[in-house]
Design a binder for this molecule. Structure first.
Ligand code: AMP
Ligand code: MG
Length: 423
């Protein structure tokens, strides 16, 4: 392995360096290097939830298919509504949802109608039953003050036949499944899901069930990574733990890149003696950059091995989650759909002081709360070290402190990114 001559920088060193990228720049570079997946498959509606459309959906029919009543009441012609006083109408029959009235309506006539029932010939207006008095079994009194066309849903008002209902690259939501089924569409063409292979690196890592010797730790990154990937509905290939040795790592890199669109590793991306990821990536693939002005997560390697995108995440468990959410998740979304929109953020009042130095973007872990008046308050989840995974476990949001922020006083407004944004 080539020897590393660069000066070792600790991940707690706050001085940004020349080769360091800002968080937004890094995300842009990552997205710019991605060729979205074009392969597709046909799926039934229930299996297509959360998947990315590979085709525009053109409506084969109009919805509603027929002009129908939006209320229970009486249908009549708008021109024939009472003018300046009550009027008595003869009830010619009934129109129910699924059982339309077959006759037609003349002046002085109306038809009893229920919500969703087809408007009978000669009618275009419905008077709600609450505004109608029954005079006899086949006649009703209707009062003044109604509007021609009221309480009627026009054919095609929701969706016109031939119109584009959903566009290519749209991610299917529960509402979309409802819309598609309302058009009688049972199958859709969606993009293939991204395949993601990942492994942890480190001689000190033990799997659950193995005894811990002095200095060993259980591998937690593979589990948090699994959890974050699972939420994204990608194909997951867990390759286990790989020791800090060049041959094993090189073999794992090559294997992973043959199987997956994206390869993710954790650990070994700094410039310590056992940090092999960067030199191996330089040898087996291409490296794009490896330092970002952020905390936690500064040492991050991004590049390519063969056709696969590569993310060498830091080893520290919180840094893994922060860099995944800020860089890998956007990349996977873009790869799957050719779209990425930043998760929504909101402003909250900080319940305490937060220490911070200028220069790096910090993702502190917080608990966001809302009181009865709607006021949002956020507090830190205790110790914020990049190895303190409980700071993530207790949190429900990131507190976003940008490069220029040099500390927060209690009561100041801060920007937060709720974790719900990542689900
Ligand atoms: P590294 O980036 O390999 O120097 O690792 C930084 C820190 O993260 C060290 O304390 C490692 O023991 C820890 N670490 C690395 N990988 C994992 C993992 N998969 N699970 C838990 N801790 C890890
Ligand atoms: Mg290591």
């Amino acid at each position: 392995m080539s020897s590393v001559t660069r000066r070792a920088t600790s991940c707690c060193d706050d001085v940004p360096q020349k080769s360091t990228l800002k968080v937004d720049e890094a995300r842009q570079k990552i997205l710019g290097a991605i060729e979205p997946i074009s392969a597709s498959e046909k799926l039934t509606l229930r299996n297509a939830l959360g998947r990315v459309l590979a085709e525009d959906i053109i409506s084969p029919i109009s919805v509603p298919g027929h002009t129908n009543s939006a209320m229970d009441g009486y249908a009549l012609a708008g021109d024939d509504l009472p003018q300046g006083g009550d009027r008595i109408y003869r009830v010619m029959g009934r129109s129910l949802a699924g059982a339309p009235f077959s006759g037609s309506c003349e002046s002085g006539q109306c038809v009893r109608i229920m919500t969703g029932a087809v408007m009978p010939a000669g009618t275009d207006t419905v008077v709600m039953q609450e505004h109608v008095n029954e005079v006899e079994t086949d006649s009703v009194r209707i009062d003044d003050g109604h509007r021609c066309g009221q309480n009627v849903r026009q054919a095609g008002e929701d969706i016109a036949a031939g119109s584009t209902v959903l566009q290519i690259s749209h991610i299917l939501t529960p509402a979309d499944l409802g819309v598609l089924s309302s058009l009688g569409i049972g199958e859709v063409r969606v993009r293939r899901r991204p395949r993601v292979a990942f492994f942890s690196t480190g001689d000190e890592l033990r799997s659950i069930g193995e005894p811990l010797s002095e200095g060993d730790v259980y591998d937690s990154n593979r589990y948090s990574l699994f959890g974050m990937l699972k939420r994204l509905d990608v194909e997951i290939l867990d390759m286990g733990v790989i020791k800090d040795n060049t041959d094993d790592l090189e073999k794992a890199f090559n294997e992973a890149s043959l199987m997956a669109d994206v390869v993710i590793t954790s650990g070994g991306v700094s410039v310590g003696e056992a940090d092999y990821i960067k030199p191996i990536l330089e040898k087996t693939g291409q490296i794009h950059f490896w330092k970002i002005a952020m905390k936690p997560g500064r040492p991050l390697t991004h590049g390519r091995i063969g056709k696969s995108l590569f993310f060498g995440l830091p080893g520290n468990p919180v840094a893994v989650m922060v860099t995944f959410y800020q860089f890998v998740q956007p990349a996977l979304e873009y790869l799957a759909s050719a779209h990425y929109s930043q998760p929504l953020t909101l402003m909250a009042s900080s319940s305490g002081n937060i220490r911070k130095r200028k220069g790096r973007y910090e993702f502190q872990r917080g608990i966001l709360e809302q009181d009865e008046t709607g006021k949002m308050t956020v507090k830190k989840t205790g110790q914020q070290g990049s190895g303190v995974l409980m700071s993530m476990s207790l949190a429900n949001c990131f507190i976003l402190l940008d490069e220029d922020c040099d500390g927060v006083a209690a009561g100041d407004m801060v920007r937060v990114q709720p974790f719900a944004a990542f689900i």
